[in-house]
Design a protein around this ligand. Structure first.
Ligand code: SAH
Length: 369
């Protein structure tokens, strides 16, 4: 932890403006352009203010209604008393030596989620959460250890991108989005797609659909529904094992789904969208990392337009499992490549902070109980 720039990894930063107490106010971002125009009309304000307000919300790096400098002061106060500017408070901020930044967010009801900003020379990728906890129960994952508490709303999903955007320098832009934080995104389909709509809207955040990747445990009907949206989103499926016996041990929800069903749904996704499917495979030492597993995986994916992303397990304090040693990982990769399956090993980002999915939230939750 020597390279951490903050001595207290949970240092509160960027406090958002205090919100009036009382019943929770509606999130301004969940107000459609039409509804906002109507609200303005009722408040005796011209309709063009709706566009101004949305522009501020969606594209600018502000943290309160008060900073909407081209609005009359009275309107800013009215907005402040009528809407929630942001659905959460930042209660933790970690910065790794590779400049990966991770935020711990406290939602209005006290629940916690995380989101991450990763920097590479030519891209800035954000990773966001879609649920409080997760119901899938993958045995190596910190997010699911306490089960699922609730779905996030569209605003709670979208606002993670905005708040990470505010960490960037003025000349930097978010280039990519991965929905790989806490939760199973396809189990929160409506909020996920509403948030993605705002993020890809030209008068919204303006992120290209091809730069967005949604990662799923593999829910076949939801994969088909996702394909039928008619968008160019990327899909990553967390396979983690090449046969049902092993997958059910590692990914318990597999018991009622099965790999064959997932492959079928992935084929449909490819057929409908023309997009190549990514397969995630977390390497767990001595569990799913043997040469025969790589051979089986290659057999499953041969003749498919696929790419395998090998992820050496990120350590989770509460769990005994670990990543294989480097030569093991290389051997696994070589087998896939030799069999003609495009594959890469995911680079670790933020290794010196709690970058494993849900680890930061888990630390907080377990400290409190
Ligand atoms: N529910 C979605 C999103 C989960 S997070 C899904 O299952 O895909 C995104 C990826 O991180 C998944 O592939 C997940 O299995 C993986 N992951 C979770 N915990 C991990 C850990 N400790 N080390 C490495 N990868 C992990």
């Amino acid at each position: 932890m020597t390279d951490i720039q903050t001595s207290d990894p949970l240092l509160p930063v960027m406090p958002l403006e205090p919100q009036p107490t009382g019943p929770a106010l509606p999130a301004i971002l969940e107000s459609s352009p039409e509804a906002l125009t109507e609200w303005l009309r009722a408040a005796g304000q011209p309709a063009f203010r709706a566009k101004q307000i949305r522009q501020w919300l969606i594209q600018r790096r502000i943290s309160s209604f008060d900073q909407m400098s081209d609005l009359p002061a009275a309107l800013r106060t009215l907005l402040q008393n009528s809407f929630r500017f942001c659905s959460f408070e930042i209660i933790g901020h970690q910065i790794a030596s590779d400049r990966t930044e991770k935020l711990l967010l406290r939602l209005q009801d006290g629940e916690l989620v995380e989101c991450v900003l990763m920097r590479e020379p030519d891209r800035r990728t954000v990773c966001i959460s879609t649920q409080v906890g997760c119901a899938m129960g993958c045995v190596f994952c910190a997010s699911g250890l306490l089960g699922v508490r609730r779905n996030l709303t569209a605003a709670e999903i979208y606002e993670q991108v905005l708040v990470l955007h505010r960490l960037l320098q003025p000349d930097e832009k978010i280039t990519n989005l991965v929905v790989m934080g806490i939760g199973e995104p396809l189990a929160n389909f409506r909020s996920l797609t509403a948030a993605l709509d705002l993020l890809t809207a030209e008068d919204g955040f303006g992120l290209g659909a091809r730069r967005i990747t949604v990662s799923t445990v593999g829910l076949p009907e939801k994969i088909r529904e996702f394909a039928r949206l008619g968008s160019q989103y990327n899909l990553a499926i967390s396979l983690h094992a090449p046969n049902d016996e092993l997958r059910t041990q590692i990914v318990p929800v597999n018991r009622s789904i099965g790999i064959a069903e997932i492959l079928d749904a992935a084929d449909d996704f490819h057929q409908i969208t023309g997009r190549r499917v990514s397969w995630e495979y977390v390497l767990l030492a001595g569990v799913n990392d043997q040469p025969q597993h790589a051979e089986q995986l290659a057999t499953l994916l041969q003749n498919r337009t696929a790419h395998v992303n090998l992820i050496p397990m990120n350590g989770v304090t509460e769990l005994a499992m670990t990543a294989p040693r480097e030569p093991h990982t290389q051997k696994f990769l070589e087998i896939l490549i030799r069999r003609g399956i495009p594959a890469t090993v995911r680079k670790r980002k933020g290794a010196d902070i709690d970058a494993a999915c849900g680890q930061l939230r888990l630390n907080r939750e377990t400290a409190q109980h």
